[in-house]
Design a binder for this molecule. Structure first.
Ligand code: GDP
Length: 534
């Protein structure tokens, strides 16, 4: 397990103030609205409504593609940096659709914490649960925001119970809601002993907060009607008795989540959540790697690619690699070693993603996300260092669950299709296998929607109509092992052999029996469902 306690207490202040996190939620719970309010308070946008288009674009496939067309928006939203109080927040966007779980998983390798948004009326939904499981694999600290409290919502204890039971994580209330639906007044801030009242009149105004000296302060009665006050006192007493207190270590270990109640659209509870991310959301963490883990306080610069986006500008076939800085203080123009190719790379035009703009990153610290334009050298999982040979661990390549064969609508354009497919394979958007015999390609994805998105992107970005058809294969296994055995297998099973975009051999089949047979007949080879990115 990752040693989180290793973090040096004397981290350089620039690193210590960084909070790099993602928001996870079920569609419609309010992620976009919350993001927008974060940006508003971070001074990154002036007015609510500017990132709205993106959230709406998520809803349907055609809208998703419209969003993809407008890559300016979607890409700058992949990572957003802004200052809030003394903190530098780096918010990394996770793809909304469940078909992109692989991409989501990789994104979550680049953050130190996650904010889980749930809808107060719906509680834990399917996608929340899935994303949560991914966070759990990495023991990511989670802060919870229970949204839409201005509407009829569930009983507070019910919501907390549901999270504790469905997600098997302890929950500690950071605030407690007063009244529900139309009677929702605001929250009692249990951390700062403050009353926070919601202002329904102006959605962009930050709510009023009233200093209170504990729950027996007579001032409470001036603001909260007697019946609601009585209920509040009773519930808080019960909560304090039944629920665990806020324990920072448990939060960091991912076994306890603090929950804030609010209404993103009314800007209510958002600042308290942001304060919580600042106070408890951890600073940049140690990165697991081989042969040794990398600590953020190391002087030497280390970073790794967690996402590659091709064709951000359709006129140029370049790509942007999103790099999470793991250690040190990076300065523009630095020469870093691209560990996989052992070549030096001068990073002259890195970009930093500010809410709606990109700008040249003059510097970056551990915790930051920068974009590095390149012509395809940088791939997911690649490490950049000041010379040391380090391999980042924990970024798996998922086994494709659906295989289809891809054909160019125009047979003359087969070569173009190959190029397009390779590009998407490098971007991590699909697995592409070239069979050892025959023409065409086998494309593997995790979810059906990915085929549709791929087809549309190939048409849009390369002007190529493409057809995806059922394939005779249903499983792909990477083959590793002794060269002699490999050659023998390849020679006698040609119809099952293909190569992925890195040229690595893959065994394709539709029968588990075939896989068992190869494993039995070729003890020197192993067949694996995933290939770790490197
Ligand atoms: P996303 O799919 O998670 O990004 O959700 P959105 O932020 O797009 O929100 C989904 C819908 O819920 C939108 O119509 C929002 O206006 C609405 N919404 C978001 N926050 C709140 C809230 O606090 N209260 C209410 N009543 N509606 C909200």
């Amino acid at each position: 397990m990752l040693d989180r306690t290793h973090n040096a207490p004397d981290l350089p202040p620039e690193i210590a103030r960084r909070r790099t996190f993602a928001i996870i939620s079920h569609p419609d719970a309010g992620k976009t609205t919350l993001t927008e309010k974060f940006l508003l308070y971070g001074g990154a946008i002036q007015m609510a409504g500017q990132v709205r288009a993106k959230g709406e674009a998520r809803r349907t496939r055609s809208d998703f593609l419209a969003m993809e067309k407008d890559r300016g928006i979607s890409v700058s939203a992949s990572a957003m940096s802004f200052d809030y109080k003394d903190y530098r927040f780096n918010l990394v966007d996770t793809p909304g659709h469940s078909d992109f779980s692989e991409d989501t998983y990789r994104t979550l390798t680049a953050v130190d914490a996650a904010v889980m948004v749930i809808d107060g009326a719906k509680g834990v939904e399917s996608q929340t649960q899935k994303l949560f499981e991914v966070c759990r694999l990495r023991d990511l600290p989670i802060l919870t925001f229970c949204n839409k409290m201005d509407r009829e919502s569930r009983d507070t204890f019910d919501i907390i119970d549901e999270i504790q039971e469905n997600l098997a994580i302890d929950v500690t209330p950071a605030s407690w809601p007063i009244g529900v639906g139309r009677d929702f007044l605001g929250c009692y801030d249990l951390i700062h002993d403050r009353l926070e009242l919601m202002d329904r009149a102006d959605r962009n105004k930050v709510a009023e907060s009233i200093e209170i000296n504990g729950l027996d302060d007579p001032k409470l009665a001036e603001h909260v009607p007697a019946h609601l006050l009585e209920k509040l006192l009773e519930e808080v007493e019960m909560a304090r008795e039944l629920l665990p207190p806020l324990d920072q270590q448990a939060l960091r270990d991912g076994t306890l989540t603090p929950i804030w109640f609010g209404s993103a659209i009314n800007s209510f509870g958002v600042k308290e959540l942001m304060d919580g991310i600042g106070e408890y959301g951890p600073e940049p963490q140690v990165q697991p790697a081989e042969p040794r883990q990398v600590s953020p306080d190391e002087k030497a610069v280390t970073g790794f690619v967690f996402k590659v986006q091709a064709n951000m500008d359709p006129k140029h076939r370049d790509r942007v690699a999103f790099v999470r800085m793991v250690s040190g203080h990076f300065k523009r123009g630095m020469k870093l070693t691209h560990v996989r190719s052992k070549k030096a790379m001068s990073i002259t035009n890195p970009v930093l993603f500010l809410a709606s703009d990109r700008e040249l990153a003059e510097e970056a610290w551990a915790g930051d996300i920068i974009g590095i334009p390149n012509h395809g050298q940088l791939r997911i999982g690649d490490a950049l260092t000041e010379g040391e040979s380090i391999r980042i661990s924990g970024i798996p390549s998922f086994a494709p669950e659906l295989l289809q064969s891809a054909r160019a609508g125009d047979p003359m354009k087969a070569k173009h299709l190959e190029k397009a497919l390779m590009q998407f394979a490098e971007e991590g958007a699909a697995k592409v296998f070239k069979p050892a015999i025959g023409s065409g390609f086998i494309v593997g994805v995790v979810g059906q929607l990915q085929f549709e998105v791929l087809a549309s992107r190939i048409e849009l970005e390369y002007g190529l109509p493409v057809r995806f058809e059922p394939s005779q294969f249903t499983s792909a296994r990477w083959i590793t092992g002794e060269k002699i055995a490999l050659d023998k297998l390849e020679a006698s099973n040609k119809q099952h052999i293909a190569h992925d975009h890195d040229g690595d051999p893959v065994f394709l089949t539709r029968l588990q029996w075939d896989i068992d047979r190869v494993e039995r007949d070729y003890p020197d080879l192993s067949l694996t469902a995933t290939k770790e990115m490197m």
